[in-house]
Write a protein that binds this ligand. Structure first.
Ligand code: ZN
Length: 492
C-alpha cells in the first residue's frame, strides 16, 4: 500500500469530506428510537436504503429460530413520570434512553418507594443516562441521571408509558452486491440501539458507505451486508440462510468504529482464517497501531456467526471493545464521542481489507531451481552490488515463497514488506514469465510445493503476454480501487 491504510496525518480534502459525510449520516441515524423490533428499525433501514440497495426482510413474531423465538413487536409513542407537582421528572421526549427498551404499557400512580425498583441510574456518572433493555421478560422501567434520581421528593408519582407489545415482526436489511464468483464476503452490523453514537450509528454508517463503495468497484467476490438487530436478528438471518453459508469465505462484524480508541480486531472462533491474518496485518500497520484480541463468546453478532454449528470465518472490527470505554451503553456515547476522522480511518481500513481480499493470490515460481536472473530480464535496478531496493527485495521474496502454498499476503507478512510492493512486484514477475497464478481449485487446497499445480500453472500461463488472463483480473483490481470515483476515501 502506498500509504498506510489508516495513516492519515493530513487528510486530503476528499478524504476529509468522506469523514464529514460519515459523521453526518451517523448524526441522522442517532436520534431514532431503535430496539430489536419496531418502527425505529424500519426507519433506520429506510435511511440506509436511501444510500444502498437494501432489501428489508420481516420475520413474524413467534417464529422459532433455533433455541429462540421472535418476540412481540415493540413500539412506543411517549413515556414519562409525573412528579407530585405534575411536572415531568423523567421524559422520553427529552431522550429516548429514558425508557427501558421493551417496557410494557403502564398507566399507574405509585409512591416514590414503589417507583424506585423501576428506576435505573449510574451513580458513578451522575449526569449520564444508562441504556437498559428487557426484551424477554415483561417489565417496565425508566433510566435517569443519578443526580435527578437523588433529587426526587417523597410523594405520589404518575407513570405513563404509551407503548405497545403486539404480534408484528422483526425487521432486518440485506444488501447483496454480486461479483464474478459465488463466494461471498459477509459484513454484519447491529441496528438495535437507540441514541448511542459509537454503538452503533458508527457501524451502520461505515457498513453503508463500504457497501456503496464496493458497488462502484470491479470485484471478484460477491458481498453481502446484513443490518440486523443484535442476537435475535442475526439468528433470524442465519436460520433463513443456512444453505448459503457454505459460500461465505470471509466475514467481518462491524461496530463501535468512531470513538477515539485505536482499532481492535477480534479473531474468528477458528482463529487462523484468511480474514484473521489479513486484519491482524492491517491493524498492526495502522497509525497508531491497533490490537488483536482472541475470540471469546461475548460481544456482538460474532457470538452467533461463530457458534459451533456455523463456525463461520468471521472476525470483528471495532475501536474500543464493547464495555471497554466508560461511556459504553450510556447517554455519554453521543455524537461528541465519535469524530469524522476516526470514522473515515475505520472505513479506509475496511476498504483496504477489501482491496487485499480481492487481489490476494497464490502463485507458482516457474523457474524454481536457483534464483532466476532478474538482471537479464530488466528486473534489477541499474545499480548492481547495492542492497536490493524494496522492489527487488519483494521479487526475491515472491520467487522464493511462491510454491503454490503462500499467498501474496503471507509473503508480505513474512517479509515485513508492504503488501502493495509485493503485489506490484508479482505483476512484474508475471509479465516477465517467471510467475503464474495457482489455478483456483489448487489454491483452495493450498497445495504446498505441488508439482501438479506448477505444471497446471505453467500450462495456463502466457509468459509472453504482457498481462496474463488471471493477473489482469487479480492484480489489477487493486489499481481500479485507486480511482476513488465514489469519493468515499478510495484514493490512496
Ligand atoms: Zn451495545
Amino acid at each position: 500500500m502506498s500509504a498506510d491504510a489508516t495513516a492519515v496525518g493530513r487528510p486530503s480534502a476528499d478524504v476529509a469530506d468522506v469523514g464529514q459525510a460519515l459523521y453526518a449520516f451517523a448524526t441522522q441515524l442517532y436520534p431514532i428510537c431503535r430496539s430489536i423490533t419496531g418502527n425505529g428499525v424500519r426507519q433506520t433501514l429506510g435511511l440506509i436504503g436511501q444510500r444502498i440497495e437494501l432489501k428489508r426482510h420481516e420475520v413474524a413474531s413467534g417464529t422459532r429460530v433455533f433455541d429462540w423465538e421472535v418476540p412481540l413487536e415493540w413500539n412506543i409513542d411517549d413515556a414519562c413520570v409525573l412528579g407530585p407537582g405534575g411536572e415531568r421528572v423523567v421524559d422520553f421526549r427529552a431522550h429516548n434512553l429514558h425508557i427501558v427498551s421493551y417496557s410494557e404499557p403502564v398507566q399507574r400512580e405509585l409512591t416514590l418507594e414503589q417507583l424506585r425498583p423501576h428506576l435505573y441510574s449510574l451513580p458513578a456518572h451522575p449526569d449520564w443516562i444508562p441504556y437498559r433493555t428487557s426484551y424477554y421478560r415483561r417489565h417496565w422501567g425508566f433510566c435517569m441521571r443519578d443526580r435527578a434520581l437523588q433529587a426526587l421528593r417523597p410523594g405520589r408519582y404518575q407513570v405513563q408509558i404509551d407503548s405497545s407489545l403486539a404480534p408484528g415482526s422483526l425487521s432486518y436489511g440485506e444488501c447483496f452486491i454480486p461479483g464474478k464468483s459465488r463466494e461471498e464476503v459477509l459484513f454484519f452490523t447491529h441496528v438495535c440501539h437507540p441514541s448511542l453514537a459509537n454503538d452503533n450509528t458508527s457501524g451502520m454508517a461505515i457498513a453503508s458507505f463500504l457497501a456503496s463503495w464496493i458497488g462502484s468497484q470491479p470485484r471478484r467476490y460477491s458481498y453481502r451486508f446484513v443490518f440486523a438487530p443484535g442476537t435475535i436478528g442475526s439468528l433470524c438471518w442465519l436460520s433463513r440462510n443456512q444453505q448459503r453459508l457454505k459460500n461465505v469465505r470471509h466475514g467481518l462484524v462491524l461496530g463501535l468504529l468512531g470513538d477515539p480508541g485505536t482499532l481492535t480486531y477480534k479473531r474468528s472462533r477458528r482463529g487462523d482464517c484468511d480474514i484473521d491474518q489479513l486484519l491482524a496485518y492491517l491493524v498492526a500497520a495502522a497509525d497508531p497501531p491497533g490490537s488483536v484480541i482472541d475470540f471469546e463468546p461475548y460481544g456482538y453478532d460474532e457470538r452467533q456467526l461463530c457458534s459451533p454449528g456455523f463456525n463461520l470465518p468471521v472476525g470483528r472490527l471495532t475501536r474500543s471493545v464493547n464495555d471497554g470505554y466508560p461511556q459504553y451503553h450510556s447517554s455519554a456515547d453521543d455524537l461528541s464521542l465519535i469524530s469524522p476522522g476516526q470514522l473515515q480511518r475505520s472505513l479506509q481500513l475496511c476498504q483496504r481489507a477489501v482491496e487485499i481480499l480481492e487481489s490476494n493470490r497464490r502463485f507458482i515460481n516457474l523457474a524454481p531451481k536457483g534464483e532466476p536472473r532478474l538482471g537479464k530480464r530488466g528486473l534489477y535496478g541499474a545499480m548492481g552490488g547495492r542492497s536490493p531496493a524494496e522492489r527487488e527485495h519483494a521479487m526475491l521474496w515472491i520467487l522464493n515463497q511462491s510454491d503454490g502454498g503462500a499467498s501474496l499476503l503471507d509473503i508480505a507478512r513474512r517479509s515485513r514488506l508492504d503488501y502493495t510492493a509485493i503485489h506490484n512486484a508479482a505483476d512484474e514477475l508475471i509479465n516477465a514469465g517467471l510467475l503464474a497464478p495457482v489455478p483456483a481449485a489448487a489454491g483452495k487446497r493450498r497445495t504446498r510445493a505441488s508439482a501438479a499445480a506448477r505444471t497446471r500453472a505453467a500450462r495456463t500461463a502466457k509468459p509472453t503476454s504482457g498481462k496474463s488472463a488471471t493477473s489482469g483480473k487479480s492484480a489489477k483490481s487493486g489499481k481500479s480501487a485507486k480511482s476513488g470515483k465514489s469519493g468515499s476515501g478510495g484514493k490512496r
